[in-house]
Design a protein around this ligand. Structure first.
Ligand code: NAP
Length: 337
């Protein structure tokens, strides 16, 4: 009797293990689990939380980052431009002091703004972000845009016609300062944001440290397949910003239908879509329940047909056009990808 129970137990363990591996092998052979390995060997959680929004006051960023860490987020996307690096850093430091996380558990991204592209200003910007965050090192530093703006106190310098006043600085100069910050240990990894394929190709000609990430806008109505494939071919991972289309895609019938078949929300479907195609994703929410919901995306799998349905929603609709800078020599959105 005792012996047959053990046999039954063993059989059931084998069946469960096989079911699990079958389930995984269906869709995830090339899909990372909950992190991406960058081209320098560093692991980055595939799901992060955004902190950039006009709705975010500094105090709200502080509370939201703490709520996000409590919800499970271990990857936080910030930027000098958002004006809240000190609050992001303080929230992390407080969670470390509480014993909730260790410094090495959390992956922190920040970005150099466009008015800091010359060597001297880029160096100054990196030091400011490093001091603002106050968390020993920056995990990932991105160049926010390939476009330099006139350097000075105004972060969006405009002429009387509301066109951005450009600076003549080449983004290669900025990149060299970013490489120096890796060498001196303040920054672990460097990457770019809003770069098109030509700009990446040119950067790769000059770079001695390859960018690990291109952070770009992507959601179901801007899938960015060509640019993502291009980046992956070059060994550069992609992070999708505005993955929920700034909250404007929640009622899309295809997404609602897919979500209801899995007992998930449209936000969860949009986040899962990026994860399943190996793209890191940084949804933003001020709402504690939404943060919990947005992190709860590792217990379901979109079918290949559902992934195709979302791929087919692409309409090349871009929310971040940065139109005031469209005459800039390095404006990234004039090329097809
Ligand atoms: N590199 C760049 O140039 C760049 C540009 C733009 C953004 N980003 C980064 O990307 C992050 C995300 O992009 P984003 O802020 O443009 O927008 P997003 O994440 O696409 O959408 C945010 C909107 O979705 C809503 N939302 C979030 N979760 C929800 C849920 N579960 N249910 C219903 N509504 C939900 C939020 O409202 P609630 O607050 O009410 O939840 C908010 O209105 C930014 O915060 C920033 O870190 C980078």
């Amino acid at each position: 009797m005792y012996f047959s129970s053990i046999i039954l137990l063993c059989i059931s363990v084998v069946i469960k293990t096989n079911a699990k591996s079958l389930n995984l092998s269906n869709f995830s052979s090339s899909v990372p689990d909950d992190y991406i390995t960058l081209n320098n060997g560093i692991k980055m959680p595939i799901l992060g939380m955004g902190t950039g929004s006009k709705e975010f006051t500094r105090d709200l960023v502080y509370k939201t980052v703490k709520n996000g860490i409590d919800a499970g987020f271990r990857h936080i996307d910030s930027a000098y431009f958002y004006g809240s690096e000190p609050e992001v850093g303080s929230a992390i430091i407080e969670k470390i002091a509480e014993g909730k996380i260790k410094r090495e558990d959390v992956f922190v991204t920040t970005k150099i703004w466009n008015t800091f592209h010359s060597s001297a200003r880029a160096s100054e910007a990196i030091q400011m972000s490093f001091t603002n965050l106050n968390i020993k090192y920056i995990d990932l530093l991105l160049m926010n845009w390939p476009m330099g703006y006139q350097e000075g106190p105004d972060m969006e310098p405009m002429d009387p016609y509301h066109h951005i006043i450009p600076s003549p600085i080449d983004y290669i100069d900025t990149w060299k300062e970013m490489e120096a910050a890796v060498r001196d240990g303040r920054v672990k990894s460097i990457g770019v944001s809003n770069f098109n394929s030509k700009q990446i190709t040119r950067l790769l000609e000059f770079a001695t440290i390859k960018p690990v990430i291109n952070q770009i806008e992507s959601h179901p109505t801007l899938t960015q397949k060509l640019l993502i494939d291009f980046c992956h071919q070059k060994g550069i991972n992609v992070t999708a910003y505005s993955p929920l289309g700034e909250g404007k895609l929640m009622e899309k019938p295809d997404l609602v239908k897919i979500g209801s078949s899995h007992g998930k929300s449209t936000a969860q479907v949009m986040i899962r879509y990026q994860i399943q195609r190996g793209v890191a994703v940084i949804p933003r929410s001020l709402n504690k329940q939404h943060l919990v919901e947005n992190f709860n995306v590792f217990d379901f799998t979109l079918t290949p047909a559902e992934m195709t349905t979302i791929d087919n929603m692409n309409r090349n609709v871009r929310y971040y056009l940065e139109q005031a800078a469209e005459k800039h020599e390095y404006y990234p959105f004039s090329d097809p990808y």
